[in-house]
Design a protein around this ligand. Structure first.
Ligand code: URA
Length: 246
């Protein structure tokens, strides 16, 4: 349950003072009855809130798939660099942040949400969520390199990397598809360096059950689809879609 004025703010019906004024004017109804007290509580899951007779669409959590282009840093803000969040300026939702980090020159799948619990689950080192990358390399990837990457390599941390899946990228000797289950700093680049190669291009294809939608242009984003939310265990959780636009 949350306050009606907070509910309307989060649904982007206006600022706190604007929504209070709307409520006082009797333009807001809850379950068909005029609601004139900003502090009255509403149930985000069950109550039907309308503004001027139109359903208010309230979504506590929002989830976007972004096709990150190279050249932007993965951060909510940065003093010097452009961030991925600049691409989502028009995206509804408060408190959005990227889940995990891709290097400035890395492209591909980035999940942007305001669901901290989900982010925590996907990033938790204990959960070993799969991350699959398309990697283009400076040198051909030899059988020895594949074996080392699959077994785990020393990259200068306390422990070698966990075993990874590594398979040739069809159509080239200088590339591979690599699936890792950790998220160490510059991990893929350091793994390739450790086996005597070098990453020239890196793109994330998937994270856990979420797969990059290749129809998304670089720099474009879209809300996650129901099936994707389901795969992440997030259907209808903390989400009350009133089925209409504000
Ligand atoms: N590994 C890297 O080296 N860079 C990334 O951006 C992601 C994984």
């Amino acid at each position: 349950m949350i306050r009606l004025d907070k509910y309307l703010c989060e649904a982007e019906a206006g600022s706190r003072s604007q929504v209070k004024a709307l409520i006082k004017k009797g333009r807001v109804t809850v379950n068909g009855e005029p609601a004139r007290e900003p502090e009255r509580k509403v149930d985000e899951e069950r109550d039907r809130v309308e503004l001027d007779g139109e359903p208010v669409c309230y979504e506590r959590f929002v989830y976007y798939m972004l096709h990150k282009p190279a050249g932007l840093v993965t951060a909510t803000q940065d003093k010097r660099e452009r961030t991925v969040m600049e691409l989502l300026k028009e995206a509804p939702g408060r408190g959005l942040f990227p889940v995990g980090r891709l290097d400035k020159d890395t492209e591909g799948l980035l999940l942007i949400t305001n669901d901290g619990a989900l982010a925590h689950r996907l990033l938790s080192p204990a959960r070993h969520v799969d991350k699959t990358y398309l990697v283009k390399t400076a040198l051909p990837v030899t059988e020895q390199m594949y074996e080392a990457l699959r077994a785990g390599v020393e990259i200068g941390d306390d422990k070698p990397t966990r075993p990874a899946a590594a398979d040739p990228l069809p159509g080239t000797e200088c590339g591979l598809i690599l699936t890792i289950t950790e998220g160490r700093f510059h991990q893929v680049k350091r793994m390739l360096q450790a086996v005597g190669n070098e990453v020239l291009y890196l793109k994330r294809l998937s994270m856990g059950p979420l797969v990059l939608d290749e129809t998304l242009e670089k720099g474009a984003f879209r809300p996650l689809r129901e099936k994707e939310l389901e795969a992440l265990g997030r259907t209808d959780q903390g989400k009350a879609d009133r089925g209409g636009a504000t």
